[in-house]
Design a protein around this ligand. Structure first.
Ligand code: ZN
Length: 379
């Protein structure tokens, strides 16, 4: 953990979308279970793939501070002091998250910044056992600083190829459109992503859809996903974190996903979950994100076992560790401490992340062999 404090929730009057009491934000300690993990085999040594990490949200807190200083930007206090978020699962909570995310994104002003973020994401993932990272980026926000959408994406792809050579973590890119922009913008991004489609590090592997699930009409983004699919890109939209089964069913029907970003609330509808399992749609489950955004009160209440018991393929992810705190290995610690996973079950989770990845077959085979070696090593 890089941060010493978390912003935790305190009940007060009002109701949230989930029906739970609404919450206010106060400062408190990071949950003890994430601070002092009981270790048998170290989870950072468990080979794994990381399939849900956002470009800006991957940033080290110290890097954000340095970028802000370099560009003369004053950060909001919670970013300056590295408070972790614990928000309400309503539009007010999302607004606060978005405001902080935008403040962080505003500090990314040139090619040097963009390259640094990709390299450090790979370095941090490599240090946590990740041998394959799929980093999501919407190049729209950075385009004005580097001469347009195409240079913005090319910088990220080039940095991903470079990071793949310099670290033990290979990096592929998911281009993600935003729900809060016009669906025509998503089509422009899909056409751009299609031009760089590939199946290895430094290439575009998938097409996503991010931002507030409550915004935009999913079916209006279907045309963009068809463009991406024709180029061989995997569909990996967000869905099923802030909204429940009905929204997931729409995303599955309209966008034909290979994986769902989150998808965790499919646990609320056994028929839907069965359909997701039968369709082979993997779920990128990000427990710390779910707690930070108030979807579940505690990490122990994320229905991880329920999803796995139903046969779902799950890949744990960190989402936006800059704001939420825990990085990738911490998600596996949560599975161990809050859900009682033993090392064999953690190895199965890691295998799920590799199998659900878009990595080349050779990379998958190498990581799976490493997982077997970890599981059979002395505990
Ligand atoms: Zn996300």
């Amino acid at each position: 953990m890089r941060s010493r404090h978390a912003v935790v929730a305190r009940p007060h009057a009002g109701r949230s979308l989930s029906g739970r009491p609404d919450t206010a934000v106060v400062v408190g300690p990071v949950p003890r279970s994430w601070q002092n993990p009981f270790m048998s085999r170290p989870v950072h040594a468990l080979p794994k793939a990381h399939l849900h990490l956002h470009f800006t949200g991957s940033m080290r807190p110290q890097t954000l501070k340095e970028l802000a200083a370099r560009h003369g930007i004053r950060l909001p206090e919670s970013l300056r002091e590295q408070h972790l978020l614990r928000l309400t699962p309503d539009e007010r909570g999302w607004f606060r998250f978005q405001r902080l995310y935008d403040a962080a994104r505003a500090c990314v002003r040139d090619e040097q910044d963009m390259r640094r973020i990709v390299l450090e994401a790979a370095q941090d993932d490599a240090a946590e056992g990740s041998g394959w990272l799929e980093l999501q980026v919407d190049p729209t926000s950075y385009a004005p600083f580097v001469g347009g959408l195409t240079p913005a994406l090319e910088i990220v792809l080039n940095a991903a190829a470079d990071a793949s050579r310099r670290t033990s973590c290979q990096v592929g890119i998911v281009v993600a459109a935003s729900r809060i922009r016009h669906p025509l913008d998503a089509r422009i991004l899909a056409r751009l992503a299609a031009r760089y489609a590939g199946d290895g590090p430094g290439q575009v592997l998938g097409f996503g859809l991010s931002n507030d699930e409550r915004r935009g009409n999913t079916h209006e983004f279907a045309a963009a996903f068809r463009i991406a699919a024709r180029a061989g890109l995997a569909a990996v939209p967000h869905g099923g974190e802030l909204l429940g089964p009905e929204h997931i069913a729409t995303a599955v029907r309209e966008l034909s996903p290979r994986r769902l970003g989150h998808g965790v609330r499919s646990a609320e509808d056994p028929d839907l979950l069965r359909g997701i399992v039968e369709a082979g749609i993997a779920l990128e489950v990000c427990p710390a994100s779910n707690v930070a955004l108030g979807v579940y009160p505690t990490a122990a209440e994320v229905p991880l076992r329920q999803l796995l018991d139903a046969g779902a393929t799950v890949a744990l992810g960190a989402d936006d560790p800059l704001l939420f705190g825990p990085r990738l290995a911490d998600q596996y610690r949560i599975a161990r401490q809050d859900h009682g996973f033993d090392d064999g079950q953690l190895a199965d989770l890691a295998r799920g992340s590799v199998r659900a990845s878009l990595a080349p077959p050779g990379t998958k085979a190498r990581l799976l062999a490493g997982i077997d070696a970890w599981a059979s090593s002395p505990g």
